[in-house]
Design a protein around this ligand. Structure first.
Ligand code: SAJ
Length: 420
């Protein structure tokens, strides 16, 4: 008989994981509190774009091994993949993890395994989940198993990375880690490493913090390069020719639901973390730096109109969570500028109206490229120049063909390039 799995949270990680398990011999129930999302999945619609996901979900539904619902179902294995936002004072908001654990506590039976995939602050498994689950009278380790298997797949390439990336599994005991390994081995081709829950929680935060600090370094190099009068993009590329150097890319800021948030989870209980906080602040200040570049370029205009190309937090995805575009738009509007925003992937945004590319360029004084969607490479500057009032371009990703834009008559600024 197939083992039953209940996946709580049908978002960016929960739904892909649920569909992989359902296609690998598990009987899967996906649970989400959002009834609209549940209905659309059961009606064969996916509310976000992720290459390869829809096909896999439909295959799982058609084989009868996957269904979505709003209520928890008893199962052999529970997987929690709910969001962990952060609070105003930059602490992990674990309310969804707690709620999911309470739901499981309502149906858990002896012999069940509970797996946490959501990114959390250290000690969440032992200090928060175990007490909730033990209120049932069952004992962790003796009666039920508990582990943390942090998700590590990157949006935009989730389906590939869920299968091919290595995984870290931390158990409250060896048996919990080993039982979890058996489940992930059914679809993971990467290596699986076993440890304890708190180490696994910290490893996940360290990975995203490493990336955030590295991007902050690139962003600081970019601003220094602007002062010195060199091109940081060229300098970083050359520095990366060293066998032990790998500097990431500067940009308008760090967005997304992970890297812009997770470093705070690591620092919230620590008195020792200066570098991590400084890096976060450097990255959070990048939208203001973009506005400074725009102010310089538009200093002769009283009430300029700017065009923002891209609100997604990164290239070729429809996800605008924590996007640096939001702060850029807010600051520009506070200056009294007219702001028109366009994005070929993002359909709706909570913080701005989105218009077509054509409309966004109408009478504009400056195009600011925020997201490096490939689609923006198709813009022909000669075709759009008649729509615009003044021909200015700020490229925050060093992405567009500057020669082409210059030939069309545009004045160009590139973030991190003190030469242009
Ligand atoms: N960014 C830069 N410069 C760079 C790279 C990225 O400015 O050189 C910016 C992006 O534009 C974006 C932000 O950083 O705004 C984050 O993008 P990302 O592609 O670095 O990462 P995420 O947030 O999409 O996914 C990360 C991944 N973590 C790591 O690579 C260590 C992914 O593997 C995790 O699973 C995911 O966080 C998560 O869910 O934690």
């Amino acid at each position: 008989m197939k083992q039953t799995v209940c996946v709580l949270g049908l978002g960016y990680m929960g739904l892909p994981t649920a569909s992989l398990l359902a296609n690998n011999n598990f009987e899967v129930t996906g649970v989400d509190v959002n009834e609209k999302k549940v209905n659309s999945i059961n009606n064969r619609e996916i509310t976000f774009d992720e290459p390869g996901l829809k096909e896999l979900v439909l295959k799982a539904i058609d084989s009868g091994s996957f269904k979505a619902q709003t209520n928890i179902a008893p199962a052999d294995i529970f997987i929690i993949a709910v969001p962990t936002p952060f609070t105003e004072d930059k602490k992990a908001d674990l309310s969804f993890v707690k709620m999911a654990t309470e739901m499981i506590a309502g149906v858990i039976k002896k012999g069940n395994l509970v797996i946490l995939e959501s990114t959390v602050s250290p000690n969440t498994c032992t200090k928060i989940m175990v007490p909730i689950l033990e209120k049932t009278g069952l004992k962790a380790g003796a009666d039920f198993l508990l582990s943390h298997c942090p998700e590590r797949a990157i949006p935009g390439n989730t389906m590939y990375e869920l299968v091919h990336n290595d995984r870290i599994i931390g158990g409250i005991d060896t048996k919990s880690a080993q039982q979890t390994e058996k489940i992930y081995k059914t679809f993971v081709l990467g290596k699986i490493y076993l440890t304890d829950t708190t180490t696994a929680e910290t490893v996940k935060l360290m990975e995203n913090t490493f990336r955030d600090v590295n991007i902050a370094l690139a962003n600081e190099f970019a601003q220094i390069a602007e002062e010195i009068g060199i091109d940081s993009w060229e300098a970083i590329e050359l520095a990366n020719k060293h066998p032990r150097v790998n500097i990431l890319k500067p940009g308008p800021g760090v967005g997304g639901h992970c890297i812009a948030i997770d470093p705070w989870f690591l620092t919230e209980a620590s008195t020792k973390s200066n570098l991590i906080k400084t890096a976060r602040n450097i990255n959070d200040a990048m939208p203001s730096h973009v506005i400074e570049l725009a102010k310089e370029m538009l200093k002769d205009k009283e009430k300029p109109k700017i065009t923002i190309l891209g609100v997604a937090y990164k290239a070729n995805v429809d996800d605008a969570r924590e996007t640096p575009a939001s702060e850029i738009i807010k600051e520009a509007e506070n200056l009294g500028w007219e702001v028109a925003v366009t994005d070929p992937f993002v359909k709706n945004s909570e913080f701005t109206d989105l218009v077509s590319l054509e409309e966004s360029l109408e009478n504009s004084d400056c195009v600011i490229l925020v997201t490096n969607h490939d689609k923006f490479l198709e813009i022909n500057p000669t075709d759009i120049k008649n729509k615009m009032k003044t021909l200015n371009l700020i490229d925050t990703r060093n992405f567009l063909d500057h020669g082409e834009w210059k030939s069309a008559g545009f004045k160009i600024k590139v973030l991190g390039n003190g030469k242009v």
